[in-house]
Design a protein around this ligand. Structure first.
Ligand code: BDR
Ligand code: CA
Length: 315
């Protein structure tokens, strides 16, 4: 019953790993591939982690492709303080048996999208947008051939790297700029929405109580990941960012947002990597640009977690 062909572009990362698991557990999806990029940890680790997650899910049929090992124009900034030295701290998983596909992630994205009818494929990037920008540059007709790009990144309000910037956009603002100007049908799930999706102790307990090896693994990841974020934000747990993007593709009825203009700052002294969201239509001046992105601001987090946990129980 696959309704949707998707490619998940990620930098696992515990929340990325859960996003991949949600996608792999969902019969609505044909997951064409998992692509990896440097972000939370260097590319060699995000790629290793994606291969571990594929095997944890028992999905040897889904290929994994490594992509960019650094942002387009900047040095890589990583986030071991959140995700741990391996990027997937919390539990030790067995070394994967299956190798990477030898193709570059950006080449795979272009091939997979161009080989299918227009409007067939949705890209779900939950990491710095380097691979997506490379693919869009490589194939200028790609943007219009996609069904859309549903990304986790940016914020209307406060950032999490600086007050102005969210990690995925902060790491590679030039790539994000290409994506936001590409003309693709874009949906952005930024911190405004992901900070409503908190993995509270009760939710982590419900995942552990699935009683499966996968449930215990996900709970162990979240125990690790939540430590940093709950202390930083004074919340009961960490925001479960990346699964929100996958959930939006599955269940858009759980979300609310607005179609508006979003620009990416690439030059500001304090603000490079900021997503400038023109949420209110201006009255005194012309808009900064035409609407190019559906910006999500609200999630029904109770239903989201209930459905996520049910899906994890299927694996
Ligand atoms: C984003 O940054 C990463 O650390 C998470 O995996 C998520 O994609 C949140 O800012
Ligand atoms: Ca991520």
């Amino acid at each position: 019953m696959s309704e949707h062909s998707v490619i998940i572009d990620c930098d696992p990362g515990q929340d990325d790993a859960i996003a991949v698991l949600l996608a792999l557990a969902s019969p609505e999806f044909e997951v064409l591939g998992i692509t990896t990029v440097a972000g939370n940890v260097p590319l060699s680790l995000t790629s290793l982690n994606a291969r571990k997650v594929r095997e944890l899910a028992g999905r040897p049929d889904v290929p994994v492709f490594a992509g960019a090992d650094r942002p387009l124009k900047r040095a890589l900034m990583t986030a071991e303080e959140v995700h741990g030295k391996t990027g997937l701290d919390g539990i030790v998983l067995p070394d994967p048996r299956l190798a990477l596909d030898p193709r570059h992630a950006a080449d795979f994205i272009v091939e997979a999208v161009m080989a299918r009818p227009a409007g067939a494929v949705t890209l779900v990037p939950v990491a710095p947008l380097t691979n997506i920008a490379l693919a869009l540059k490589k194939e200028p007709t790609l943007a219009k051939r996609l069904r859309g790009i549903v990304l986790m990144g940016g914020a209307i309000g406060l950032g999490n790297v600086t007050p102005a910037t969210e990690f995925n956009i902060h790491v590679d603002p030039e790539a994000a700029d290409i994506v936001f100007k590409s003309g693709a049908a874009l949906t952005m799930l930024g911190l405004d929405v992901t900070h409503q999706a908190i993995s509270t102790p009760a939710r982590v307990a419900a995942i552990r109580n699935l009683g499966t090896p996968l449930g215990r693994t996900v709970a162990a990841w979240l125990d690790f990941y939540n430590r940093h974020d709950s202390e930083r934000y004074g919340t009961e747990g960490g925001p479960l960012h990346d699964p929100c993007a996958v959930a939006y593709v599955l269940w858009p009825e759980l979300f609310q947002g607005k179609f508006c203009h979003v620009a990416v700052e690439t030059e500001g002294k304090f603000t490079a990597g900021h997503t400038l969201v023109e949420w209110w239509a201006p009255k005194r001046r012309p808009p900064l640009g035409s609407p190019n992105c559906t910006v999500i601001a609200k999630i029904d987090h109770e239903t989201f977690f209930r459905r996520l946990i049910e899906r994890l129980g299927r694996l």
